[in-house]
Design a protein around this ligand. Structure first.
Ligand SMILES: [Zn+2]
Length: 208
């Protein structure tokens, strides 16, 4: 399988949205939905990608802000989220008690159970539960790529100062499920540049 990855970053929060495409079939998924959804819609159209699902690494506002626009553009494709944060997108329940409720109530919300493959057209993503920044945080793995959301960043890790965060679970999950991957695994994070597992294992000050 030949995979193609594109990233867009919104100007307000610097949150990344990814277009992951199978170059042979043009089946694609969008991973996270930042504040400028028109960028990923434009990329998908330009490439002729068929977006089969939207997959969420977690449900902080800056990762779900563009969901309605993506659904308008791509049709009622499934929105995949871990069960621990399903209510945020299905019922508009706030993820953080520190922030107000959202106006997000989506149909066709599907689960992302750990250890089960998530299939979208010809794409098959492995789900690794990497909570701690938020309860339903997941990392999506396909071939030599991982999409880590706000668990692991180049040179940093996610915030764990929210009421429903858990700093030790965050570090534990990163060590057991991510740092155990091969050195050359490419890491696409929720914010900032791409990195590799080998680089983070050696250089990340929160993990060394
Ligand atoms: Zn974020």
């Amino acid at each position: 399988m030949r995979l193609h990855v594109e990233v867009t970053t919104d100007r307000r929060f610097g949150t990344n949205s990814y277009l992951l495409e199978d170059e042979d079939t043009h089946d694609a998924v969008v991973i996270d939905s930042n504040l400028e959804p028109e960028l990923i819609v434009g990329l998908a159209r330009q490439r002729g990608a068929n977006v089969r699902a939207i997959v969420l690494t977690h449900t902080d506002l800056d990762h779900i802000a563009g969901l309605h626009e993506l659904r308008e553009a791509f049709g009622p494709v499934p929105v995949a989220v871990h069960d621990a944060e399903r209510e945020v997108v299905a019922e508009g329940k706030p993820l953080r008690r520190e922030f107000g409720p959202l106006a997000t109530r989506l149909e066709n919300v599907v689960p992302l159970p750990e250890g089960e493959a998530f299939r979208a057209g010809s794409l098959e993503l492995e789900v690794l539960h990497t909570p701690g920044h938020s309860p339903g945080g997941v990392t999506l793995k396909i071939d030599g790529y991982v999409f880590t959301g706000d668990a692991l960043f180049a040179g940093s890790i996610g915030r764990s100062d929210f009421a429903n965060s858990d700093g030790s679970a965050l570090i534990d999950g990163i060590r057991k499920k991510l740092l155990s991957l091969p050195d050359d695994t490419i890491v696409y994070s929720g914010h900032g540049p791409a990195t590799t597992i080998g680089r983070e294992r050696r250089m990340n000050p929160f993990l060394t």
